[in-house]
Design a protein around this ligand. Structure first.
Ligand code: GLA
Length: 388
């Protein structure tokens, strides 16, 4: 997609020229899954697949949205001050949610705008297509209305829109990575205090391969919120037993093992086990990478997937098939699911000389195991949201 095509579509739909263009990336997470809302660490990076947007001001108070990916949904409009979460908003629930939360946070929209988007992120694939759309909307508002708002604040308010407007109790990782990503850098983010350290992601003779199960993660809303509630219950039980922590991410493995009996429900204990060990694994993985120990990093990626499969139970047969096939390939350094789970994508670190064989073997094995075709993308690490 180039600006000219987006501009042509914008003019065809809205009968006016767009004034500004933006890009918001998607993200992959290399390790640290379901740790963000537990005050733990994550290690994502923004990718060059993402959402392109063209915007022009309107003279009335409407927000009108058009997606080139969903032309059948036509133009979807809502009025500032009256935006409500609704099924008939379709994909525009995300921009509407962001505008609604921004307004409530005191950011004034003197008038509405038209927004046309096009994206090359597969939807519902765990690569943060929703966060990409949210951050794009907030960033465009900041630009056209000249608001003084930091990217961190944008990330927080977009998370709030997803939690309170859309109803998905996600953590901060996706919005943070989309807003504050840097080209060729991974982000070691402590979600407890939002301290972020950038690390160059130069993998010598290796690439990061995204493999899409092409099975939409449909359960993600309800099951995701359930996992989060189970972790909150575990934390409440630990606090009630006198453990002085603010989040599960505050615990070392040893502390967790010493205190775990305080968590009453076995299932909540199991979920918390993942949250605590995954957080520690993420810290170890980043240390390994900094030492140049890519093999060590890869081994931790595999352990992460196994924990998400056995303790957190968010992988499912499609992601398990892709990960286990990847582990068998000679050029694979590491492989795991990325994002919320229940379908979506895996990320694998693969030696460049084996890239073709990897895709052929994993693709064929996946087809034989599931009947589905997987799609593969070699990831390039992008900067966060920006103007084009
Ligand atoms: C989704 C959420 C994130 C994070 C991941 C799991 O992508 O949006 O906040 O919790 O799942 O790590």
């Amino acid at each position: 997609m180039n600006k000219e095509e987006l501009k042509g579509q914008f003019v065809a739909q809205f009968g006016q020229e767009p004034q500004t263009f933006y890009f918001a990336p998607g993200r992959i997470n290399l390790i640290g899954e379901h740790t963000d809302y537990n005050g733990g660490h994550v290690f994502p990076c923004a990718i060059t697949l993402g959402t392109y947007g063209a915007v022009a001001k309107r003279s009335d108070d409407k927000i009108c949205c058009y997606s080139m990916n969903r032309p059948e949904e036509k133009i979807i409009c809502g009025r500032i001050g009256e935006l409500k979460h609704a099924a008939e908003n379709g994909w525009a629930d995300y921009p509407f949610g962001v505008v609604s939360v921004l307004e409530k946070a005191g950011y004034h929209l003197p008038h509405g705008f038209n927004l046309a988007i096009w994206g090359d992120l597969p939807n519902g694939a765990g690569l943060s297509s929703s966060a990409s759309l949210e951050v794009l909307t907030a960033f465009a508002c900041r630009d056209i209305f000249n608001w003084d708002i930091s990217l961190i604040e944008i990330a927080k308010l977009c998370q709030k829109a997803e939690n309170e407007f859309v109803g998905m109790n996600c953590g901060i990782m996706d919005q943070f990575a989309v807003a504050l990503g840097k080209k060729d850098q991974a982000m070691f983010l402590d979600c407890g205090n939002l301290q972020c350290r950038y690390l160059p992601i130069a993998l010598k003779d290796c690439s990061i391969v995204i493999a899409n199960t092409n099975c939409e993660h449909k359960l993600v809303g309800s099951e995701y919120n359930l996992r989060r509630a189970q972790c909150e219950q575990a934390l409440a039980d630990l606090k009630a037993a006198g453990v002085k922590i603010e989040a599960l991410g505050d615990l070392s493995e040893e502390e967790f093992l010493a205190w775990q009996e305080a968590i009453k429900a076995p299932l909540c204990r199991q979920r918390a086990h993942h949250a605590v060990f995954e957080n520690q694994r993420t810290i170890k993985a980043v240390t390994a990478l900094e030492r140049g120990d890519l093999e060590g990093f890869g081994a931790l990626m595999r352990q992460s997937h196994e924990s998400l499969r056995d303790d957190y139970e968010v992988t499912g047969k499609y992601l398990d098939a892709l990960a286990s096939l990847a582990w068998e390939q000679s050029g694979t350094i590491g492989s795991r699911m990325t994002g919320g789970g229940f379908g979506g994508c895996t990320v694998s670190i693969v030696k460049d000389e084996h890239l073709k064989d990897f895709q052929a073997a994993v693709g064929a094995g996946y087809k034989a195991m599931t009947g589905l075709e997987a799609s593969f993308y070699v990831a390039s690490v992008s900067e966060g949201v920006h103007k084009l």
